[in-house]
Design a binder for this molecule. Structure first.
Ligand SMILES: *[C@@H]1O[C@H](CO)[C@@H](O)[C@H](O)[C@H]1NC(C)=O
Length: 254
């Protein structure tokens, strides 16, 4: 491959500069301020329904707005629910809990990307499995876990190229009773195929991972409080709360 001359580079640089300035707000920080703000950006439960890969079934009753811009998801122990099935396997349902999904889908365009950010007060007890994550609309992968807590006291940041090829970074998560800032930057890796993902906790860059063949693939954005599953069992007997505020999505797509 030959190196492009300055005369061919210049228009490209100008193009990059003009598209980089076009930041658009896809989900504003105010989306948890009122029911109307919420309904404009979010819907309840998973995109595919109420069940997934853990011991909680999602219900709209378990997601609430407290009027101060905070979304609260509450997992409550229940009995008498029918099993969930995931990957052909039956899973006992021990909780009703909350999940919300963005109405928008997110596909990194050439030269573009997104920032997904917010402040999270996440439970770290065994059996609590809160997450803030992206997963493919048209098939899996792509998956990017902007933050996931698996009952260990740590927070995990993950990117799945396939079920066996994944990058993960586990980081200490002190003072879970406080809100912590999470920021996930997803960008075109500029090779016509991949994306680059940078994860930040409380303003510190904690991991950089690659998403193989994620470019142009639409993703759902989900915030959910799943229970048991990957975070161990039995989970808590008392109510478990997961809270989010100042959630924002910015687009850098041209
Ligand atoms: C996933 O794919 C990207 C792009 O090819 C690569 O940079 C990254 O290392 C891969 N991740 C893993 C865990 O192998």
């Amino acid at each position: 491959m030959h190196f492009p001359s300055t005369s061919t580079l210049l228009p490209l640089l100008l193009l990059a500069a003009s598209s980089a300035s076009a930041v658009r707000t896809i989900i504003p920080k105010t989306s948890f301020n009122s029911q109307a703000d919420f309904d404009a950006a979010w819907a309840y439960n998973y995109p595919w329904g109420t069940d997934h890969n853990g011991g909680a079934r999602m219900a709209q009753s378990q997601a609430s707005l407290s009027g101060d811009g905070v979304l609260t998801l509450t997992a409550r122990k229940v009995s008498g629910q029918k099993d969930a099935t995931h990957g052909g396997r039956a899973i006992k349902i021990h909780y009703l809990s909350g999940a919300v999904r963005a109405r928008a889908h997110f596909a990194v365009a050439r030269g573009g990307g997104y920032d997904f950010l917010g402040e999270f007060r996440a439970p770290t007890a065994r059996g609590a499995w809160p997450a803030f994550w992206l997963t493919g609309v048209e098939g899996w992968p792509p998956e990017i876990d902007a933050a996931e807590w698996k009952g260990t006291g740590k927070v995990s940041f993950n990117t799945f190229n396939t079920s066996s090829e994944l990058a993960w970074t586990d980081v200490a998560y002190p003072s879970p009773e406080r809100f912590h800032a999470v920021r996930c930057e997803v960008r075109d890796a500029m090779n016509q195929r991949d994306v680059l993902v940078r994860f930040y906790l409380d303003g510190q860059l904690v991991a950089t991972q690659g998403g193989g063949d994620f470019l142009g693939k639409p993703m759902y954005l989900i915030i959910n409080l799943q229970m048991e599953g990957s975070s161990g069992s039995p989970g808590p007997a008392s109510d478990t709360l997961y809270q989010v505020r100042n959630l924002e999505v910015l687009s850098y797509n041209p």
